[in-house]
Design a protein around this ligand. Structure first.
Ligand SMILES: C[S@@+](CC[C@H](N)C(=O)[O-])C[C@H]1O[C@@H](n2cnc3c(N)ncnc32)[C@H](O)[C@@H]1O
Length: 227
């Protein structure tokens, strides 16, 4: 799978790609990531990428022509173009699963006051990583890349590791423990030491449901709303 990120701050995106699972996934050839400086498509001698908003107001707005050229420079037949925006749909594991079925994502990062509204007509969808405003779309784009890349077959060594984790079944994950067996009076539940796999599975299902009910009842409500 390929990702292309369009940004005014390539360094902000490139750094995290050098570490951990994203680095390994690139080295093993499961994903490739291109990071592109939108300034290359800037207008005129000073490579202008932004301008004052029509109608007045604070800040600068990223130009539609600059973003359009940035997208066209990397677009393929199989591309899905995504604008990172606080006004987009709230990104979740369902979005990640859907996007992981594709083969090419172009992620457009806004900056400053945002992007010219006409950019919306150039993209397939807009995604927000939560109800707060960041300075630019670089960290949101990395969140999407990381969440999608780890679902690409082969990226996680053991595919069980994402089949059991939070949101896989619409529930939070059950609690996990490792050595030591007892720490400052906190003990690992006996059932996990029992060797009885049926009992362990049942305990984990129970815990996942109880945790979800306590911490994220909205997930249970959403699952009962499904047709
Ligand atoms: C300072 S924000 C612009 C905010 C815009 N003026 C507004 O009120 O919606 C600049 C850029 O950061 C990115 N961004 C900020 N918060 C985001 C979020 N929660 N999810 C996704 N992208 C975000 C977007 O690309 C946005 O164009």
């Amino acid at each position: 799978m390929r990702f292309d990120v369009l940004t005014l701050h390539p360094g902000l995106v490139a750094g995290p790609l050098e570490h951990s699972i994203l680095r390994r996934a690139q080295d093993a050839g499961y994903i490739t990531v291109g990071v592109h400086d939108l300034r290359e498509h800037g207008v005129g001698r000073y490579r202008q990428v932004d301008d004052a908003p029509y109608g007045g107001g604070a800040g600068m707005v990223l130009k539609v022509d600059v973003i359009d050229q940035g997208i066209e420079a990397v677009r393929r037949e199989d591309s899905r173009v995504i604008l990172m925006s606080p006004a987009g749909a709230r990104f979740d594991q369902g979005h990640a699963r859907r996007l992981a079925c594709g083969s090419h994502l172009i992620l457009v990062c806004g900056h400053y006051e945002g992007v010219d509204a006409r950019v919306e007509s150039l993209v397939d969808e807009q995604l927000s990583i939560g109800d707060y405003v960041l300075t630019g779309g670089e960290l949101p784009a990395l969140v999407v890349i990381e969440a999608v890349a780890r679902l690409v077959p082969g990226v996680l060594g053991n595919s069980d590791s994402f089949q059991d984790e939070s949101f896989a079944e619409g529930l939070l994950e059950y609690p996990q423990y490792t050595r030591p067996r007892s720490y400052r009076g906190l003990d690992v539940p006996d059932v996990l030491l029992s060797g009885n796999h049926a009992a362990i599975d049942a305990w984990r299902d129970e815990q996942a449901l109880a945790r979800t009910r306590e911490r994220r009842p909205d997930l249970l409500e959403a699952s009962t709303e499904d047709p």
